[in-house]
Design a protein around this ligand. Structure first.
Ligand SMILES: N[C@@H](CCC(=O)N[C@@H](CS)C(=O)NCC(=O)O)C(=O)O
Length: 207
């Protein structure tokens, strides 16, 4: 299976973490979104990353790919069997990909991507707004939802993958969760990012 997309992308990281958790082999093509690679374009109709090509089966969108991988490599399960835990897992996957992603990526985009990859200046005012205004209510929500080791049920799942994925970029941008204000979230993020699957995926960030 070929996985397209730079490992700097939190959405690509979701796939790399799931593959590492499941011990599945793959080839990584760390292209940028909208890359002019025809094989990538065939796999990603909107030009977004990630996309996969599994022996001719092409699929884009991180959540769709995670469900595909779950059926193809059922063990260890990343989708909870319990109804309530599954509902929570799907919610946190969606929340991580949408509401949380947008403000969480601002620090990385402004402080890292724009100056080092796009030749543009950082707009620190946007970073301050994300840190001081946009992220706190989302961090409050997560702080209230973390009751045990994992977000959905009693095992690591797609919920943890999606929520933690963007915090790696957040840390690369010298931003962190204030442990005095959100102690459970700060500890949770550190714990999930320390998993071997995340360490493997984060090592694949180059490209
Ligand atoms: N819903 C998609 C979102 C993927 C996505 O937006 N990836 C970003 C890179 S982090 C991208 O390709 N952006 C280019 C664009 O939006 O045109 C998924 O979960 O895979």
């Amino acid at each position: 299976m070929i996985v397209y997309g730079t490992g700097y992308s939190p959405y690509v990281r979701k796939i790399l973490v799931a593959l590492a958790e499941k011990g599945a082999s793959y080839e990584h093509v760390p292209c940028m979104f909208h890359a002019l690679d025809t094989a990538f374009q065939a796999a990603s109709p909107l030009g977004k990353i990630p996309a996969i090509d599994d022996d001719g089966f092409k699929l884009a969108d991180s959540s769709a790919i995670l469900w595909y991988l779950e059926r193809k490599h059922p063990e260890p399960a990343l989708m909870p069997a319990d109804a309530k835990a599954l509902g929570r897992a799907i919610w946190f996957d969606k929340f991580g990909d949408t509401e949380l992603f947008s403000p969480l990526i601002v620090a990385f985009r402004e402080r890292v991507m724009k100056p080092t990859m796009m030749g543009k200046p950082c707009d620190e005012a946007l970073v301050v707004k994300s840190l001081d205004t946009d992220l706190p209510p989302l961090f409050d929500h997560l702080e209230g939802e973390i009751a045990g080791e994992y977000l959905a049920g009693d095992a690591f799942s797609i919920a943890d993958i999606s929520i933690a994925a963007g915090f790696y970029n957040f840390h690369l941008a010298e931003a962190k969760v204030d442990a005095a204000r959100w102690p459970k979230l700060a500890a949770y993020v550190d714990r999930i990012l320390a998993r071997p699957s995340f360490v493997t995926a984060m090592a694949a960030r180059k490209g």
